[in-house]
Design a protein around this ligand. Sequence first.
Ligand code: SAM
Ligand code: DTB
Ligand code: SF4
Length: 332
Amino acid sequence: MTTESTVTLFAKPTQPVPTEPAHTRWKIADIEALFALPFLDLMFRAQETHRAHFKAGEVQRSTLLSIKTGGCSEDCGYCSQSAHHHTGLERESLMPLDEVLNHARAAKENGSSRFCMGAAWRSPKGKDLAAVAEMVSEVKKLGLETCVTLGMLDAEQAKQLADAGLDYYNHNVDTAPGHYDKVVTTHTLQDRLDTIEKVREAGINVCSGGIVGMGEGQTGRAALIAQLANMEPPPESVPINKLVAFPGTPMANSETLDPFDFVRTIAVARITMPQSFVRLSAGREQMSDELQALCFMAGANSIFYGERLLTTDNANADNDTRLFARLGLVAI
Ligand code: SAM
Ligand code: DTB
Ligand code: SF4
């Protein structure tokens, strides 16, 4: 039996005391060092990693639909749908199934492979979850992958969604652990991690990422990426959102992030999560074609595709088609 005294007896006196858990794959300092690389060196490493794990130029496309908009009890500082902010957004009830299916059919026709349904809830109630489970199984029948984002889940709810055939659950860690309570006070990062664990245990793929441009700084971005990259395993899908500064939210006047720091975040996500799909997510509408091309160079291999995100406009779909043709990108 190992006792404290035998450990002391056999431990080398010079051995450093570990400061991070043994499973820590990526130390924050190492991620910060990636961020600090000269831009071209970082891009080169990201391309090398990307090409070792994916076919360069293949980009997955997901279409979003807000199935329940506004009136959310949570106070997330970036969100147009929080009842705590005066954003002028109309609160809507859960969208009927036939309307959801019309949107899903259009997404399929336009070439998306995944349909993501989002609801402005802290967590779903029983009858709402049953309705969403039906949406999931009906959307799947159209030959689309399914993703939902409904807030916090308990184990039973995660199982219900898994039984409906859900492919992905989106639940973002959103920002650096040390910055979380400056952004949200009505739930904790630990609440989010608990839901992610339940989703994993139910056998659903995890979609989890964050938002940059909320005053987190480069160290904060490194801590956000560390949080994701050290998950066991890392999320299969990692959306990197650039804050959409929505009028009426506390973050409406946030300082705009240097576009190259956004590209760096994508590159660092690619290097630290080599097998994950890294999604160039919110904020694409404000990005030039050239900036988006840099994001693809940095290893982004997924986008939100279609005219709308949840409550804001997405990049124009016709322009996306042209951009894919101009860059030789292939939708998968
Ligand atoms: N209520 C659920 C939740 O919080 O997980 C699902 C919907 S919530 C709108 C989904 C994600 O959208 C958030 O976690 C956040 O990352 C992203 N998001 C919301 N508003 C955003 C904004 N203004 N800019 C960028 N991303 C945003
Ligand atoms: C994610 O990471 N980004 C999407 C999706 N998951 C649900 C949402 C972006 C929302 C952008 C602001 C809006 O349209 O309300
Ligand atoms: Fe609600 Fe989600 Fe918006 Fe937070 S991010 S206010 S939980 S809809």
